[in-house]
Every structure is written in structure tokens, then in C-alpha cells.
Design a protein around this ligand. Structure first.
Ligand code: FAD
Length: 506
């Protein structure tokens, strides 16, 4: 449905357009009217006008969520608008404390919500700090990350991003701005709240002092997924970061074999030239890979990106992992270690750029006591169904109290599947089967990656009281339910329907 003309006054002087907006995995998307406010006042004017005219709003940061979290289809009975928040991208301040609230040295960055991880680390690293929590790419905005409560390779150590925010500003659906602190009940709903309660315009985030622009990394080869989990647990106290790459093609006793990367920050004095290593020039990711300009590397990757190529690549990686283990500790820049995926821009295009093709990531979170059994079962099932994940990533997590949190005392295994028009139906059936297994193991799911969860699985996987609390906050702040997304309509809107709800929905 068309946006009413009366909204025009609020939109005058604000950049806007009409374009195709898709999830990062390229599997879902819609044409949408977009507006990109550049000041908080512009944003408030748009929110007020949308409320007056009954226009549905979908918030969007950098669009790095794999599924349908930040896009919306057009609806027959309601006009819809996507608010692109990347224009609110100013770093407002950065302070360093020798002694913060928990007695440890820390920094706090005060930033607008559209600031990206890339902008943040480039601002603070030359001053000897690094963001406490970063995802595997530097592209997301900090508000988009807070709305999904993103985690890094150090989730077990410092929690997810929400646990490292000490204050945020929220523009509510009625246009009013409020400031929230972790002690406010609403804070616990906004973090991980999928952009459904209002728009985060400013955050104060904790940063980590570092003595070097490098981290010390160590590879440990693992013979199976069980071995990997045991080894990661054994090294939990000594590592600041810990992540496992899993070869999802491996079978039998070697099922889930792979390579663990542990990393630690350097001690004072270990780096004799910290100014040099913390300089941005030192952190640059290489401009070319094996002689290819890095922007073009996805093209040859496309040839490899099928079962045979990926089976061999995983095998090679396992073999190289054994050699890496022998090498012992080595140094790697913060950017190189944390943003490995950014080494190859647009690598996702290797999954296909034609309509109906793309990448679906399935990332279940399992409690410590069921995780190994469930992961083994999932890996076996995928092989049996002829869908092997080309990349498997294992992480250790810790719980938090945010209402819609995916975090728990346990593990997650992220699996990437290639989607084609031909395999799509079968792949979604497989996701359904996997979801049943995860639910038996009392697992949870992560909305930043999800595209297949149905409201039935949501009911089973998440704490009922927490979800009802979240919905009560939504009812209070957004009584006309204007803040929506395709993901909201898929997972949460039907949540209270008095019928049996599907485990998956597509
Ligand atoms: C290659 C790659 C690697 C990744 N690695 C990790 C990882 O290691 N760990 C991890 O946790 N995640 C990871 N992610 C997922 C990513 O960090 C999250 O999806 C993140 O939320 C994306 O932020 P964004 O700015 O792109 O927001 P979008 O994807 O555009 O939006 C995310 C959500 O935030 C809402 N939103 C956006 N802006 C605002 C705002 N200003 N106020 C309120 N709500 C808002 C949207 O409505 C949506 O619900 C990865 C993604 C990619 C593509």
C-alpha cells in the first residue's frame, strides 16, 4: 500500500528512495520505500508522522542480519517504510578510565546508533583500545548489533554486546526520546529486541584497553566435535577469544573434526612498538589474495563453492591446522583476527547472485549438557540429507538476562548452506528436522541469523514469561504495533494465537 502524501512534509529534506532491500544471505527481500534520517530530530519527525498516519516502520542498520530482521514486504492494508539508520553515524566522544566501575581499566565510547564496528575500532585503536565485543565482520552498526545482542569470539569471557553497554537513547514510536540504563527494565527488552520497541540513536559502550595492535593466536587441531569442545573448555581460563572451525564433511569417529583458534591480549611490554601496531596502517587487511584483487576473489571462489570443492577445502584446512598447531603462538592484528570474513569482500556472492540463490545460516544454541549430542546428530542428519554446511563455526557462550536472549551457558554451531531454487524446499525441510532436534535438546535460536523459525519453535525455545514481558513492553510503547519487520510477523506476531503453531515457517 502507498505511503500517504501527508507524510511528505515530515520527509522533506530527508534522503529517501525506493529500492530492493534484502537480508544479508540474499534469500529474502522486498522492494521498499526507504528514508535515511541524518539527525535525531529528523528521525523523531518521521516517527511522529508515521504514528499519525499509521505507517508501519522497519528499522535497518547495515543489513548484516542474514534473514528477514530488517526488511519488510509491502502489505495490502498498511503502508510500510524502511528507516535506514546508517545516517546517524557520528562518534560523539571517547573516555578512558584507569579504574572503571568494576575496578579494571576501561574506556567508554559514546556513539550514535549508526556508527559501525569499523568506524569505532578505527577511532579507538590508535588510542590503545579495542571494542569489547565484535562480530565476525566490521560492517554492522552498533544499534543494529545491540538490537540483536551480538556476541564475539569472547562471549564466554565478556558476555554479549548488551552486557557492555552502560547507557542508550531510544526514540520511541511516538517520537519521544528516553535514556535507558542497564538497571531500567526496558533496557532488558530493547537489547536483543529486534528493533521492535523504538530506535536506538545513541549508545555508550565499554571498550577494552590493549597493549598492542596484535593478539597472540594459537591453533589447536581437534579430532572430532567432542574433542573440540573438551579442548575449548580446558583452555577457557587462559584464552580471551576462542573459536572452532568445524569440518562438516568429516564422518565417523572424525565427525566434526577441525581447528580451534585461541587468542589472548598481549601483556604490557610484550609489544615493544605498540604505537606502530595500533596504527591503522598496520591493521589494513591485504589488498589482494593469491594475486587476485580482493574485491574479485569471490569469482574464483564461486567455482570452488560446491560439494566437491568445499569437501577438499575443508580437508586441506584440517591438514593445515595440524601444521599450524606445531607452529605454536603467533601474532595477528586485531582486525585480521576478528574480521577474517572481511578479508574477502562480497564472499557471499560465491553462493550465487541470481534470483532464488543465496546463503542460509542455521545457528542453534545448546546448553552445555546436550550440545555435543545434538551437534553430532545435526551433522549426521545434514550428511544423510545431502546438505553439508560448507563452513561450520563453534563458539562457547554464557547466559545473560535480556528478555529475548539467545545466550545460554553452552555452545552454538553456525552452519552455512547454499540455497538454490532447486534445493530450497528440501533445505527448509531439513531445517524443520533440525529444529525438532534442537528443541528436544532445549536449545535456542538467534534472530540475527534466522530465516526459518516459526512461532511454534519460538514458544518452545524461549522462556514464556520473558516473551510475554517483551510483548507487554511492545503493547505499551507501540499500541498500534507500527514497528514491524518480516521477521516479527513470522515469529512474534502469531505467538499468542490460540492454536498449534508451526515449528518452522517459510
Ligand atoms: C559475515 C557476517 C558475520 C557475522 N558474525 C557475527 C558474529 O560473529 N556474532 C554475531 O552475534 N553476529 C554476527 N553477525 C550478525 C550481525 O552482527 C547482526 O545481524 C547485526 O545485528 C547486524 O547489524 P546491522 O547494523 O547490519 O543491523 P540490521 O541487520 O540492519 O538489523 C538488525 C536488527 O536491528 C534492528 N535495528 C537496526 N538499527 C536499529 C536501531 N537504530 N535501533 C533499533 N533497532 C535497530 C533491525 O530492525 C533488526 O531487527 C554476522 C553477520 C555477517 C554478515
Amino acid at each position: 500500500m502507498q505511503i500517504p502524501n501527508t507524510l511528505g512534509k515530515a520527509l522533506a529534506h530527508i534522503p529517501q528512495g525506493y529500492r530492493f532491500i534484502e537480508g544479508w544471505g540474499m534469500v529474502s527481500g522486498s522492494h521498499s520505500r526507504t528514508v535515511r534520517p541524518e539527525t535525531v530530530e529528523q528521525l523523531q519527525a518521521v516517527m511522529r508522522a508515521c504514528q499519525a498516519e499509521g505507517v508501519l516502520i522497519t528499522l535497518r542498520g547495515s543489513g548484516c542480519s542474514y534473514g528477514d530482521a530488517s526488511h519488510t514486504e509491502s502489505l495490502p492494508d498498511k503502508p510500510t517504510l524502511v528507516l535506514d539508520l546508517t545516517g546517524l553515524n557520528k562518534i560523539l566522544g571517547f573516555e578512558r578510565y584507569a579504574d572503571s566501575s568494576d575496578g579494571k581499566p576501561a574506556g567508554y565510547a559514546n556513539v550514535q546508533g549508526g556508527v559501525t564496528f569499523g568506524q569505532l575500532w578505527k577511532h579507538i585503536l590508535p588510542q590503545g583500545h579495542w571494542p569489547r565485543v565484535v562480530p565476525g565482520t566490521m560492517e554492522p552498526t552498533l544499534a543494529g548489533a545491540a538490537s540483536m545482542n551480538v556476541h564475539g569470539k569472547n562471549n564466554f569471557m565478556v558476555g554479549a554486546i548488551g552486557s557492555n553497554i552502560r547507557e542508550l537513547d531510544l526514540v520511541q514510536p511516538n517520537g519521544e526520546l528516553i535514556t535507558l540504563k542497564p538497571t531500567d527494565e526496558l533496557f532488558g527488552a530493547v537489547i536483543g529486541g529486534m528493533g521492535l520497541l523504538g530506535c536506538i540513536t545513541r549508545l555508550e559502550m565499554r571498550t577494552q584497553p590493549v597493549n598492542s595492535g596484535n593478539v597472540a593466536v594459537r591453533g589447536i587441531s581437534a579430532t572430532s566435535v567432542g574433542d573440540m569442545m573438551e579442548s575449548m573448555s580446558d583452555h577457557e581460563d587462559e584464552a580471551y577469544y576462542s573459536v572452532g572451525w568445524v569440518d562438516c564433511f568429516s564422518r565417523g569417529k572424525a565427525q566434526g573434526r577441525g581447528l580451534i583458534h585461541l587468542a589472548r591480549h598481549l601483556d604490557p611490554g610484550e609489544d615493544s612498538e605498540p604505537d606502530k601496531t595500533c596504527a591503522l596502517s598496520y591493521q589494513q587487511l591485504p589488498g589482494s589474495i593469491l594475486g587476485f584483487p580482493k574485491n574479485e576473489v569471490w569469482r574464483p571462489l564461486r567455482i570452488l563453492n560446491r560439494d566437491l570443492g568445499m569437501r577438499n577445502l575443508n580437508r586441506l584446512k584440517h591438514w593445515m591446522g595440524k601444521r599450524e598447531e606445531k607452529k605454536g603462538e603467533y601474532l595477528q592484528s586485531h582486525a585480521g583476527f576478528n574480521f577474517l570474513l572481511d578479508f574477502v569482500p562480497n564472499w557471499k556472492f560465491a553462493y550465487g547472485r541470481k534470483h532464488g540463490m543465496g546463503l542460509l545460516q542455521y545457528q542453534p544454541f545448546l546448553p552445555d549438557d546436550t550440545a555435543q549430542g545434538v551437534f553430532e546428530e545435526l551433522l549426521r542428519l545434514c550428511q544423510k540429507r545431502g546438505f553439508v554446511s560448507y563452513l561450520g563455526v563453534l563458539k562457547r557462550h554464557r547466559p545473560d538476562d535480556f528478555l529475548l536472549t539467545h545466550a545460554l551457558d553452552g555452545w552454538s554451531l553456525a552452519m552455512d548452506f547454499k540455497v538454490t531454487p532447486k534445493n530450497r524446499g528440501r533445505l527448509l525441510d531439513l531445517c524443520n528436522e533440525m529444529t525438532e532436534i534442537v528443541l528436544v535438546g532445549e536449545g535456542r535460536f538467534y534472530f540475527a541469523k534466522d530465516l526459518v523459525l516459526g512461532p511454534g519453535a519460538m514458544r518452545q525455545a524461549f522462556d514464556e514469561r520473558a516473551v510475554q514481558k517483551f510483548l507487554a513492553h511492545k503493547q505499551e510503547l507501540d499500541p498500534d504495533c507500527l514497528m514491524q519487520s518480516d521477521q516479527y510477523r513470522r515469529v512474534l506476531e502469531p505467538y499468542n494465537a490460540p492454536v498449534d503453531l508451526p515449528l518452522t515457517h517459510y
